[in-house]
Write a protein that binds this ligand. Sequence first.
Ligand code: P1T
Length: 379
Amino acid sequence: MKFATKAIHAGVEPDPTTGAIMTPIYQTSTYVQESPGKHKGYEYSRTHNPTRTALQNALAALENGKHGICYASGLAATDAVLKLYRPGDEIIATNDIYGGTYRIMKRIYEPFCLTFKFVDMSNMANIEAAVSEKTKMIWIETPTNPLLKIVDIKAITSICRKRGIHSVVDNTFASPYLQNPLDMEADIVMHSVTKYLGGHSDTVMGALVTNDDALAKELAFIQNASGAVPGPQDCFLVLRGLKTLHIRMQRHCENAMEVAKWLEAHPKVSKVYYPGLPAHPGHELASRQMRGYGGMLSFELKGDVYDEAVKTMENLKVFSLGESLGGVESLCTHPASMTHASIPKEERLKTGLKDTLIRLSVGIEDVEDLIADLEQAIG
Ligand code: P1T
């Protein structure tokens, strides 16, 4: 099946009791058993819930994977992955990375004696230099948040396969519409479902997809044993959101490209970070690895004056100032004080994340209105 058909149909069967075409919200904690252990496959909703099962199957299909496992947030999904490792194990991660991912690694798991090395993965030599006997996993985020760097998934997964190291790709910025890391031999793909998959800024959720039966078993064990599961209402909302993922992503990509080109040509803008622009250092790789360039971009104003960046963000009217991304409406974020505030300033500056960086999640409104809004805000 091709992508749009899968987005609409995968994982979803008419409800066996009524024929309802939409998967019902099974708002129940438990299931009646005929006799101890004799049941219809469902015992308790932390372990299994039919609305969640439908969503997990849909997400697995969209990522060309066998197993989908949903969690209460993107970070709960990341938490489940990190629980696969033991004291002394080493993990290499992208240095330009969502602030919360950095925080869970450094502040939660480093005290439990996992070791993390954050490297610039746009240069493969940095990864070769970082890998050691103790390396158990490489965590890839691409495009990166918030500098939109592109990491060569295939190059890294082949290093991982040779050495028996797990590879995990945070595919939140691309969505499965633009990129399928499992097809590039990644072991696990991770999503903040909160973003493009949900698509309507009304749900917080995470997911993992894998083709590896043993990993899936462990991750499902952690899902149940640690208990960070999403509720059935949220699963329903995401199932509904998925049905338009392909058309939303098309428009996100078109609008972001227009906005990026307009910003690039603006006399007050010094730098635009968007992989769709030929001047972007990862443009060629993105053209090979992705089926489009996505809806996220960042930019800086000439002179790098903090107050001017803040004024621009305050002036925006169609773009709302706030954290998150991937909803139908356009959002503007100040990474230094919002999404990446948990990364120490010295570390942020080392990766190139300045206090004057403005990040946009370009929505699916009329692009003329988005550009007019930026025009009046930049002045
Ligand atoms: O917010 P949550 O669903 O827990 O997902 C965390 C997460 C993981 N990975 C990436 C690439 C992310 O962007 C996020 C969440 N990011 C934001 C809230 C943000 O505005 O960047």
